[in-house]
Design a protein. Structure first.
Length: 277
């Protein structure tokens, strides 16, 4: 947004209060100065007032500006002319050729325009990059989805080529037990989750029902709900080198075998539990 379009005036309070040049002006002139700043804020170009040919009524340029400005401010031309002369003399305002301006406002506007231009060019580059990245990501995900679908026995493949129907069903029934933000979203994540479940059955010797029960119970646990955030944790090991699926299985069975140095406690799982702490 251009400075002149902003509904407020960027008044630097400390600079205003400590401006020695302005302090040399009378109180009346200082009051008129604020009015002039507001007028300059709405001017185009920003911070300037241009004296046109038909505004040149006298040889006194300050008076000419005063006559022009009295049409915009409720101040008589003589009072305004005196204030303008004082402000110009003290260097608070500047007249150059036929232009009255406030140096800092002009400089701030130049900086604002440079930043806006740089931001615009940078924004276009960012949008172009984001568009290209999104397109590439979409193409990659489409290819990945086809690969996962083929692994699952979809079009172009069958179950024997990858994961069995049992693994696919196990995935569908366990992924919903996790929060949306921790569920797999990319093709690789989806594949890794399927692969972990497949190995829990094929290598670790667990049935699909048992894996499902383990995941469900541990996701209900007050502690593990925030520490068991991925199916892939099942085949990771704890500090004692025990796979978490074995650790969870023993916990649910009420094993007295120590885990993390703390003996398990036998529990009755005929009644639904909300915590296993």
């Amino acid at each position: 947004m251009a400075l002149r379009d902003q509904p407020y005036l960027p008044l630097y309070v400390q600079d205003y209060l400590t401006d020695e040049k302005l302090s040399m002006c009378s109180w009346a002139t200082q009051g008129i100065y604020i009015k002039l700043l507001c007028l300059l804020h709405k001017s185009d170009p920003y911070g300037t007032i241009l004296l046109k040919q038909n505004d040149k009524h006298t040889q006194n340029i300050a008076l000419n500006f005063a006559i022009k400005i009295t049409k915009l401010l409720p101040i008589d031309k003589d009072t305004l002319c005196g204030a303008l002369s004082e402000l110009i003399e003290e260097g608070c305002l500047t007249i150059q050729n036929d232009t009255l301006f406030q140096k800092r406002m002009v400089r701030d506007n130049e900086i604002s325009e440079i930043r806006a231009d740089a931001g615009s060019r940078g924004g276009k580059k960012t949008q172009s990059f984001a568009k290209a990245k999104t397109q590439a990501s979409t193409e990659y995900e489409s290819e990945g989805e086809i690969e996962v679908r083929n692994k699952k026995g979809g079009a172009g493949g069958n179950e024997s080529d990858g994961f069995s129907a049992e693994v696919n069903q196990l995935y569908d029934s366990t992924v919903v037990l996790f929060d949306e933000r921790t569920r797999p979203h990319t093709p690789k994540q989806i594949y890794d989750w399927h692969d972990t479940l497949d190995k829990c059955i094929r290598i670790d010797g667990y049935s699909a029902d048992r894996v499902r029960e383990i995941v469900k119970r541990m996701r209900m646990d007050d502690f593990w709900r925030t520490n068991f955030m991925s199916i892939m944790k099942l085949r990771q090991t704890n500090k004692q080198g025990v796979k978490y699926i074995d650790f969870f299985d023993a916990r649910l069975k009420g094993s007295t075998r120590p885990a993390f140095g703390i003996p398990m406690v036998q529990r009755d799982y005929t009644t639904p539990q909300t915590s296993f702490s």
